[in-house]
Design a protein around this ligand. Sequence first.
Ligand code: C5P
Length: 321
Amino acid sequence: MNLFHDSIALAVLAPAKVNWYLELLGKRDDGFHQIETFMSTVSLYDTLSFTLRDDDRLALTVKYEHAEEVGSVPDGPSNLVLKAAEAVRAVCPSNVAQRGVDIVLHKRIPSAAGLGGASSDAAATIKGLNVLWKAALDMRQMHDIAAELGSDVPFFLTGGTAFCEGRGELISPINAPSSHWLVIGKPPTGLSTPHVFSRVSLADSPPVSRLQETSAEFGLRLVDGRVTATGRLLFNRLQRFALPMNEEVAEVRKEFQLLQEMGRCSGHQLSGSGSSYFGLFRSKRLATNSAVRLRGRMPGFRFYCCHTTGAVDTSCGATAV
Ligand code: C5P
């Protein structure tokens, strides 16, 4: 998983995710929603590199793949990467953690897209600094730091496919052997997660027993890797609240619906709180050809052709020396 590692520098990949199934069970006393979701990491990555400094400063530089994204994430202390670094340092017994780090974050995952980019960057930072600073944090300690930073951050410590409950921070990994091909469409404008959640009304939610049946069925389909059945079951409770908030999502949805009617796409829906919208495909060829068509028909939107990825260990593939 790491690209490069020696005693003073390390690079880590931070994948995006999609939600196959996302149900809201209710609103909690802490203001969050109780959720059930199946998620998978996908082959669209940010990259983070960490290099020890001679002083104690934590310095973040953000570089962008796409000019229109420039400035879309903060490069100051409110960035989740710097918060993660401070949180690891606070529990790190090693003297090495007193050394500062130059962090370069190369952003490819679009922001405000429901793809978990900021959460994945935070998880990559926890894993990367755990190795670089020889912090020797175990999975439980990393999970606790991750859950403090955001609901999706713990999932990204190992990624792969998982069933996530609670706020999203309670993770049950799923052994999903096959990798699925996707096209993710990103409209020119994004959607803010708190804003979408603030529009949620759960008055007409189905009873919990039906939800449990659906999510159990979904887990089985992911395990047996059947794309058509998975496509039929795709569900995201947030979609109906997000769609009226951004008409570009409705436009891209229409295009994926056309592809489904042409027999090319096996299912499509919003990822997380949007604004990204993805389609599931039976083969790489169908996904690649569909992405070409979508790019031609929707200028200004970005389309990423990618596949789901497996879980990784938390050592970044590196051994501290
Ligand atoms: O945990 P995270 O910082 O990613 O959450 C961002 C916002 O999304 C929260 O402030 C909350 O408004 C909403 N949220 C929620 N229920 C969840 C996860 C997120 O209401 N389970």
